[in-house]
Design a protein around this ligand. Structure first.
Ligand code: FAD
Length: 365
């Protein structure tokens, strides 16, 4: 049922409505299909692939294909070898939703989710849906985060975020300041430093994971930690090992001596940045690799956010609205649920719970 949304005359009814057709929404779709649920997936993009279709071309996953797969179907290993690229991931997700005949409607942008007594009311640009349960799986790519620093509006060079980065070509011969201490910053620094003079600035000294630790090990650690917390034990987290996966380009940059970071500056000037001791550095470009925030604007009418901006959950279910589940986003919706391999487990648990919820709603009718 892939295709453009058509204008509706009245609300359409569905048991489960999934907002977002990226990997998290598709993993939910896989399990909903298995239990023969009445469901639809609404996705704002023109094409399949979620955020991956907007990532920079050289981006490589931090795990091999078999550790980057959704339920039911293994991601094929790239013919060129190595870890899959963003384009490989888009191809995989495109094939995945066709193979399982997932009912994705796109482009369909959900503007708001509201309550009524029986159902949740889902408003899109061209019509309204009434759903017994809503799964929100809208990701983070759509809310890039740039921290505020004094003078940020005065800088006369170019500022951009990871989400705007499409490759190193525009930075040839320039002075580029890269901000951020995680994977995006390290991977982008690794390639920009081959064509530009780079300065790397991080809040705390960057910590590369040991070479043998990739997404597989991180997932296994997240799983061990999750099991331990269920039995009240304490196991150290992924963050205790380090922050940056040493994928091959990052290792090469390390071996070239490029991965040396300066502490965070305190203000931005017309020409560059300045530190509290009076040191300044001129640059042409500030590239903010400072992360993303959950894209939850469509849920604002439900007024569920806590002081940290996140929606408190038990498992994937919103504490303040049991008819709403959240998938992806971060560990607060399930361990590693925002990764390809982790999406599967959270989606399975959510659909198990939702199936019971929908049955109970059916009995109440
Ligand atoms: P998305 O891919 O963002 O999909 C959400 C979908 O919802 C999109 O299609 C969007 O258009 C749609 N949507 C949003 N709002 C609405 C709305 N209001 N109405 C309708 N549709 C809407 N994970 C790994 O496992 N391995 C990696 O190597 C890896 N590398 C990463 C590198 C980077 C730079 C980043 C940012 C993330 C990386 N991740 C990685 C994490 C994660 O896998 C990706 O962020 C992934 O895209 C998350 O999938 P998702 O389905 O949760 O969200």
């Amino acid at each position: 049922m892939t295709g453009s949304e058509t204008a509706a005359t009245g609300p359409r009814l569905v048991d489960v409505l999934v907002v977002g057709g990226g990997q998290a929404g598709l993993a939910a779709g896989y399990y909903l299909r298995r239990v023969r649920a009445d469901f639809v997936i609404l996705d704002a993009q023109e094409r399949p692939g979620g955020a991956w279709q907007h990532a920079w071309p050289s981006l490589r996953l931090f795990s091999p294909a078999q550790y980057s797969s959704l339920p039911g179907r293994m991601m094929p290993s790239p013919t060129a070898g190595g870890y899959p690229s963003a384009a490989d991931t888009v191809n995989y997700l495109t094939d995945y939703e066709q193979r399982y005949d997932l009912p994705v409607l796109r482009p369909a942008n959900v503007r708001a989710v509201r309550r009524n007594e029986q159902r949740l009311v889902v408003e899109t640009g061209t019509g309204v849906w009434h759903a017994r349960v809503v799964i929100s799986a809208t990701g983070t790519w759509w809310r890039p985060y740039i921290p505020y620093y004094p003078g940020i509006g005065d800088f006369q060079g170019r500022q951009l975020h990871t989400a705007d980065y499409h490759g190193p070509e525009p930075f040839h011969g320039k002075d580029v300041l890269i901000v951020g201490g995680a994977n995006s910053a390290a991977q982008i620094l690794a390639e920009v430093s081959t064509v530009a003079r780079t300065t790397w600035v991080t809040l705390r000294p960057p910590r590369l994971l040991p070479d043998e630790v990739d997404g597989r090990a991180l997932f296994e650690l997240a799983t061990r930690r999750h099991r331990a917390t269920l039995t009240g034990q304490n196991v150290s987290g992924v963050g205790d090992l380090g922050d940056i996966v040493a994928v091959p380009p990052v290792r090469q940059a390390r071996d070239r001596g490029v991965l040396k970071a300066e502490p965070m500056f305190t203000r931005i000037t017309h020409q560059g940045v300045a530190w509290s001791d009076g040191t300044t550095r001129a640059c042409d470009v500030i590239l903010w690799c400072t992360g993303f925030r959950p894209s939850l604007g469509h849920l604002a009418p439900l007024r569920l956010r806590g002081p940290d901006g996140l929606i408190p959950t038990e498992g994937t279910r919103a504490l303040g609205e049991p008819r709403l589940h959240l998938l992806g986003y971060g560990d607060w919706t399930g361990p590693a649920s925002a990764t390809l391999i982790g999406a599967s487990r959270t989606a399975r648990d959510a659909v198990t719970e939702i199936t019971q919820q929908v049955r109970a709603f059916g009995r109440e009718r």
